[in-house]
Design a protein around this ligand. Sequence first.
Ligand SMILES: [Zn+2]
Ligand SMILES: [Zn+2]
Length: 246
Amino acid sequence: MAKLTFVGTGDAFGSGGRMNTCLFVETPDLVFAIDFGATSLAALNALELDHGEIDLILLTHFHGDHAAGIPGMLLDSMVARKRTRPLTIAGPPGVEAHLAKVMSAFFPGSEKMAPRFPLTWHEIAIQAPQDVMGLRVTTYPAAHPPETMPTSMRIETPRGKVIAFTGDSAWTEHMPDLAAGSDVFISECYFHAKPVPNHMNYPALRENRDRLKTKRLILTHMGPEMLAMAANVPEETAYDGMVIEI
Ligand SMILES: [Zn+2]
Ligand SMILES: [Zn+2]
């Protein structure tokens, strides 16, 4: 059993008043977050979820709406919360160096602070299934600006539940492998009709729907045009605070 809370289901720009991407996943073995965008601390607080319980944060790529909440979370953990629980942050190659730059840009001087809790960085090699704190994590190249080191991510929990997440990506030929046998496939769906580079649009998802062998498909990361159509599509669409169990 795993409980997934959609902490943030918005795009990068707060469309529809939604928060940036963050999923909070509670399992009997560990608590982890997938992505941690700029507004994720506020979103977690609004849902009365405690970032101090997170053992692991997995990052799909380096855009601010997916990773820019980390500096505030680390600073809060060090200064206000006096965290002692170990934390691991895992992401694409270069994750530690990238977040160090973001940390000093957001909170100049913070780079001199050393956490008093064990903080571990884990680089996830692309398309190389690996163990991350008992999770089986496989990432695939995503179709998104390469500077962000974009990945789609498949996560199998220690008890065999599978979460597949496109991250930010246009359709790729890896999506069927990402989805195969998953308990939930969470797909970004930025536009409803407009063809756009670097993001999934709804027609591409519909066209390939039968190739996604998943128990449950949920759309997220919707821009204004897709949000306006969300009630009219047959697929399940996520909203901030939505909770599912797999
Ligand atoms: Zn995004
Ligand atoms: Zn992005």
